[in-house]
Design a protein around this ligand. Structure first.
Ligand code: ZN
Length: 337
């Protein structure tokens, strides 16, 4: 029988997190700088065992956050994008917890936005919209997908964001967003290959095509959702593909307009945590506004004997991360307000 002390240890709820699976039915390779091994086939085995472990947890996770780059861009050259996506979706389907999907740069190397909206990677239907926070754009407008949000437990909210709303990836060449994004990129990056940061120094290295950012309309949307959360004294976790704090990643891995989104988050009391992927080495920083920026290590660069996923146990005053393999255990205490 559970004692009072056991009850006190019980979280309000838990959720799983996994990033950068980048599956491909391809032999092992390397990252662009040839410094890290990439295990394309094995990433599927790691996903499979992550799903099995989540399913076997004594308290079933309320949901899973899949932080993007679920299949590798090389599938596009191999003409295996749809097959590879189906293979990973089949693994997700075995998970008893609902899966929230975020789109990363590798999604856009394989598919355009229209196809992604129609695919199993569109988890927008899992966003529960309270009437007072109906701030979503027209769901049929593929050019304007900012994200969605949901509250899995009273006083807790999660916001799924698209960190490629401002991007040259996944946008039609004729669109205004593609034009504006290209102008921004070209202002800083003078290389023929926009994926190269050659000649760029410090944080300017972030102006590469495989990164993206947040449009003004999206930041306005985020501001509205966070105002609602502030007024309702909620604790908000935001998930995205690209990190937004330079101290939580390398200088090349941060969102183009990270400073603008940080200003929005810092104007609200409700934000406690920002969870991205994208930088396979991971990272962590507690910023001066008490927001935990926790970048998840990528499955793709995780050796076959290890693992890279976690379960977050959510309490009233903190979240406790139970990491597997390369993911460290952590206690993330909320700021006092
Ligand atoms: Zn990425």
């Amino acid at each position: 029988m559970a004692t009072e002390a056991d009850e006190a240890k019980k979280p309000n709820f838990s959720f799983g997190v996994i990033a950068d699976i980048q599956y491909a039915n391809a032999d092992n390779g390397y990252n662009d700088t040839r410094t890290k091994r990439r295990y394309y086939r094995n990433s599927l085995h790691l996903l499979r065992s992550a799903v099995m472990e989540w399913n076997e947890e004594p308290i079933t996770p309320s949901f899973i956050l899949q932080l993007g780059d679920v299949i590798d861009g090389c599938n596009s050259q191999l003409k295996s994008s749809k097959d590879a996506l189906q293979v990973v979706i089949d693994e997700f389907t075995k998970c008893t917890s609902p899966m929230h999907h975020i789109w990363g740069n590798h999604e856009f190397y394989n598919f355009d936005r229209e196809l992604l909206h129609k695919s199993a990677l569109n988890s927008k239907h899992l966003g529960k919209m309270e009437s007072s926070v109906k701030t979503q754009s027209n769901p049929d407008d593929h050019e304007a997908f900012y994200g969605y949000h949901f509250s899995p437990f009273p006083k807790f909210r999660f916001i799924i964001t698209d960190s490629y709303d401002l991007s040259v990836l996944g946008r039609k060449y004729s669109s205004k967003k593609h034009h504006d994004s290209m102008e921004k990129l070209k202002t800083y990056n003078k290389n023929e290959d926009f994926n190269s940061s050659k000649g760029l120094t410090g944080l300017d290295k972030r102006f590469v095509a495989f990164n993206g950012g947040f449009s003004q309309e999206q930041l306005d949307w985020l501001n509205k959702v966070l105002t609602f959360s502030d007024n309702n004294r909620e604790k908000v976790t935001i998930a995205a593909h690209v990190p937004i704090h330079p101290n939580s990643t390398n200088s090349q891995g941060v969102a183009w307009n990270y400073d603008e989104i940080l200003s929005v988050l810092h104007a609200h009391t409700s934000v406690v945590c920002f969870l991205p992927g994208h930088d396979h080495d991971g990272g962590y920083h507690l910023d001066d506004h008490g927001i935990h920026h926790l970048t998840f290590e990528g499955v793709i660069e995780t050796s076959p004997g290890s693992q890279a996923f976690g379960t977050m146990y959510v309490y009233n005053d903190r979240m406790i991360l139970g990491g597997r393999g390369r993911i460290q255990d952590r206690i993330l205490r909320y700021k006092q307000i």
